[in-house]
Design a protein around this ligand. Sequence first.
Ligand code: CA
Ligand code: CA
Ligand code: CA
Ligand code: CA
Length: 146
Amino acid sequence: MLLNKNIIIIILVTLSINIYADYSVDSNNDGKIDIWVKDLENKCLLISSDTNFDGKIDSRLSLDEFKLSIYEETDYNLDGVMDNFYYFESGNVIRQEVDSNYDQKIDVWVYITNNGKSISKYEKDLNFDGVIDKVKEFEVSKEDVK
Ligand SMILES: [Ca+2]
Ligand SMILES: [Ca+2]
Ligand SMILES: [Ca+2]
Ligand SMILES: [Ca+2]
């Protein structure tokens, strides 16, 4: 996943940012497209990628006009269904939602603060009935927040 992200960044830089047409890339040269970049309104971008080259999209990333992340979803177990969701503010992740048992229902919520560096709280639905069973809050010291 990380390697693929680097590839995307290289492609973005190489193609320069002023291209307004949608484009797609075959990053591993196997003849099948695996990265799709779509221009959205307000210079936002949607980047979809097939990171394991099985023909199914397993990562979708939305970027704002400054190329900061807005939203990302990934298919961690590569079954074709997204299961990890990331929400961003000013390019920093503020919340992650996870479907840890792959039943297409979120069961872990992680709240992140301090420019994406500290976890302030997490909530878990341990028996997957849709009701949160465990909440853990973390003290984030003021020094960390600075
Ligand atoms: Ca390919
Ligand atoms: Ca895939
Ligand atoms: Ca999945
Ligand atoms: Ca679930």
